[in-house]
Design a protein. Sequence first.
Length: 115
Amino acid sequence: MKIFTLISVAITGAAARGYLACNGGTAGDGGCSANGQDTLCCIYSIETTKGFPGLREIGSPSRGPGGNEKCTSAGEEGWVYCAVKKYKADAPFDLVLAVIAGRRNQYVVFSLSTP
């Protein structure tokens, strides 16, 4: 019960951000770079794969140089996104929130920080 209360308090005063499994970088149309963000190819999962080895905090969807929304990494298909920063598990309840948010084998990891 104490853990639930701690998580509830943290969620109440925090901003949630989404994370996806992404590659190390991909070619973009310049939109992400113009905003000081990385352009990455990502999949809608927090489970990393060979083509998408790391979790990244994602921003808005973007496009590749040819205007495509889709991209490939190590033969796997994904979508072009702007990424905010590298994922760091600096809060012990990040993984707990991933389990709580899970539904039908689709999970979203939330990082919490005070505004």
